[in-house]
Design a protein around this ligand. Structure first.
Ligand SMILES: [Zn+2]
Length: 342
């Protein structure tokens, strides 16, 4: 247990540092000088960036008037900073590697190599695979429910948690979409969209875990359980978007919501006689182990595969098993209800 606290502390501390935007790499004086110089003259060694050719008052040095639109200009100036930071980081990491030093973080992030302008191509690919896994799972759930299993006379499914899983699928696909966008290009907006979507899916799946494991079927009771959790998740999303993106606090909220639903499913898997409870166990244990990858944060191998990317990889097979459990549950519950009605 003490180890757990230490891990938790390390995670929170790392996120706190990220919040301050200070990492070992970007406090390196040589890196700082490089970025400052690059932003002033628009070049690093022989490599020059045309987007840096704007003076500080926003007037273009040698561009026509239409290039001086404020928004466009601001975007380009931001781009100059991003390019300078990236190329100075690559340069500095090369020098450090030659001296036999290990990689360090810059502005809270490991030194990733860009691929076609994509910041973390491996994480993007895995996010896209997670999205497609959810789509596949949802589609097969939908086909099972409405085309394979018997329906009520009003053409509705017998399974009472169907609509909740539909909403869950939409939240999940939404969060993986924004995860892919965020890992392609890390800016303030994409970061907030990614974090907000993650909070939304975590909050909703916590509600689902409670409703399903306690088999809450009455509408009024469902609303009573869901309302405070929905209110909390929504308040937290508004907080990180419009008040302050506090990384430490956000981490605590996400880990609490994630761990509590894993615990709920684990306890339920232990007491239920559900025929597919081993799938629940697999997802809970796998999910817990995968979380270790997020905690044992190591630098990207060859500049591409880091712990976070591997973490996104492990959720792909887990998602497959998860949707397979949901389909089993629909079948199991439907046959139970049919037996009762006979
Ligand atoms: Zn990610």
């Amino acid at each position: 247990m003490r180890e757990c606290y230490r891990f938790a502390f390390l995670v929170v501390f790392a996120w706190f540092l990220k919040g301050l935007n200070a990492s070992a790499g970007d406090i390196d004086p040589q890196y700082r000088t490089c970025v400052k110089h690059c932003e002033e003259i628009g070049c690093i060694d022989q490599q020059c960036f045309p987007q840096c050719k704007f003076s500080s008052d926003g007037v273009s040095v040698d561009q026509p008037w239409y290039m001086q639109e404020p928004l466009y200009l601001r975007w380009k100036q931001w781009d100059c900073q991003s390019d300078c930071r990236y190329h100075c980081m690559v340069k500095r990491e090369g020098e450090r590697e030659a001296l036999g030093y290990d990689p360090v973080k810059y502005h809270g992030k490991w030194p990733f190599k860009r691929l076609y302008g994509i910041q973390e191509p491996v994480s993007v690919a895995f996010s896209a695979l997670n999205l497609s896994m959810h789509f596949h799972g949802w589609l097969s759930f939908f086909i099972l429910l409405y085309y394979k299993l018997p329906l009520k006379q009003d053409k509705k499914a017998y399974y009472e948690f169907a609509s909740l899983w539909h909403i869950y699928a939409l939240f999940s696909m939404n969060s993986w979409f924004w995860s892919a966008v965020f890992h392609s290009r890390d800016v303030d907006l994409t970061e907030k969209l990614d974090y907000s979507s993650a909070v939304a899916v975590l909050g909703f799946s916590l509600i689902l875990a409670i409703l399903r494991s306690f088999n809450v079927r009455h509408e009024a009771t469902r609303v009573m359980v869901a309302a405070p959790l929905l209110a909390f998740a929504l308040t937290h999303i508004l907080y990180i978007n419009f008040y302050e993106l506090d990384y430490g606090w956000n981490m605590i909220v996400c880990v609490t919501m994630g761990v509590s639903q894993l615990l709920i499913w684990a306890i339920w898997a232990g007491v239920t006689h559900h025929p597919s409870r081993w799938k629940l166990w697999t997802v809970v244990v796998g999910g817990g182990l995968a979380l270790l990858l997020e905690i044992y944060d190591f630098p990207p191998y060859e500049g591409f595969v880091d712990a976070h990317a591997l973490w996104h990889a492990t959720t792909i097979p887990l998602t497959y098993i998860w949707w397979s459990f949901i389909r089993d549950d629909a079948e199991f519950q439907t046959s139970n209800l049919l037996k009762k009605s006979k």
